[in-house]
Design a protein around this ligand. Structure first.
Ligand code: AHM
Ligand code: MG
Length: 339
């Protein structure tokens, strides 16, 4: 008999069966995300062959130059999700305001927030990039278009979060939260299906790797300097310092750390007093995934998932990964230790 192959669709259907009240709309939504991911994966893989690499003339709301593939990924996500009747509003890193569902399509109860192509400054160098998504249930009444209020819920209210990494292979990793596990699916290009390859991912409690842009060292608070200095010293237990790995593409950095054990940090600095990463598009979904895998995510003082967002493009300092290490950096920040 052939080996049992579990596709993403089958996995979601089986998970949904545990909830008798489920309508199937969540399954539809996830299938639409998976379809968008396949399109983005296809175009990312052949980006060097098409005239798609390079920059468009536009800048996005963050003032950054929009890469062509960012624009493609953004449109692909919106087009895949706007008509299925599962969603009432979307918002994403590339658009200043919320993205309404066009009038001709039915509204659903879900709210989808996403970063269509995170790490895109690396695209031209063929470095892995990723799509990050976050799903909530609306808080405004059914039947009307969703609002910004639906998008500004604390991360703890997520019903699902995931990312797609376009690397040596394409993987989709998702969770429906604590107790439901974090599951990774690898895209089989011959079937065009995401196949379960990494069931129930658990992040090691102790990190082997730290990931940070150390060129910001001079701009950090003394507590962060102390922490990074500390982890570069020889650890008595292992006989070596922590290993440094920084791709500069958060999905890739966090994905690797999730599998091997690591801490990713993007602290506030005198250059970026709120940090760089966006709370609702980047920090919250990754925090939801890492917590469900047994890790931790903090802004240095507070749990990321407990922060009530005040605006769509809010930035936040981020410390995420193996639990013991995130707790340790919090102790440095609180001044409980300096070495
Ligand atoms: P982006 O959403 O514009 O791609 O920016 C987010 C990216 C993250 O993937 C990555 O961790 C970070 O920016 C890298 O920033 P830096 O170049 O400052 O180290
Ligand atoms: Mg991003």
């Amino acid at each position: 008999m052939s080996k049992k192959i579990i596709t993403l669709t089958r996995h979601i259907i089986e998970e949904q069966r545990k909830f008798p009240e489920a309508t199937g709309k969540f399954t539809d939504l996830m299938n639409d995300i998976a379809f968008a991911a396949k399109l983005i994966s296809y175009h990312t893989n052949k980006a060097g062959l098409m005239d798609i690499l390079g920059e468009t003339a536009e800048t996005n709301v963050q003032g950054e130059v929009v890469k062509k593939l960012d624009a493609f990924a953004n449109e692909t996500m919106i087009n895949a999700l706007d008509h299925g009747g599962h969603t009432c509003v979307m918002a994403c890193e590339e658009e200043e305001d919320i993205i309404p569902i066009p009038d001709q399509y039915p509204l659903g109860k879900y709210v989808v927030l996403f970063d269509p192509l995170d790490g895109s400054s690396n695209i031209d160098a063929n470095v892995s990039v990723g799509t990050i998504f976050s799903i909530y249930t609306r808080v405004t009444p059914d039947g009307r278009p969703g609002t910004v209020e639906d998008c500004l819920q604390p991360g703890v209210k997520q019903v699902c979060a995931g990312y797609v990494i376009y690397g040596s292979s394409t993987m989709l990793v998702y969770t429906t939260g604590n107790g439901h596990g974090v599951h990774g699916f690898t895209l089989d290009p011959s079937y065009g299906e995401f196949i379960l390859s990494h069931p129930n991912i658990q992040i090691p409690k102790k990190a082997k790797i730290y990931s940070v842009n150390e060129s910001n060292f001079d701009f950090w608070d003394q507590s962060i300097k102390n922490y990074v200095h500390y982890i570069k010293q020889i650890d008595k237990a292992t006989g070596r310092p922590m290993n440094s790995r920084y791709i500069g593409s958060m999905v890739s950095d966090v994905h690797r750390n999730l599998l091997y054990g690591g801490i990713f940090l993007y602290p506030a600095s005198s250059k970026a007093p709120q940090g760089k990463l966006r709370l609702i598009y980047e920090a919250n979904p990754m925090a939801f995934i890492v917590e469900a895998a047994g890790g931790k995510a903090s802004d240095g003082k507070n749990r990321i998932l407990d922060i009530k967002p005040e605006k769509l493009h809010q930035r936040v300092p981020l410390f995420i990964g193996s639990e013991e290490d995130v707790t340790m950096v919090e102790e440095f920040i609180a001044g409980k230790r300096t070495k």
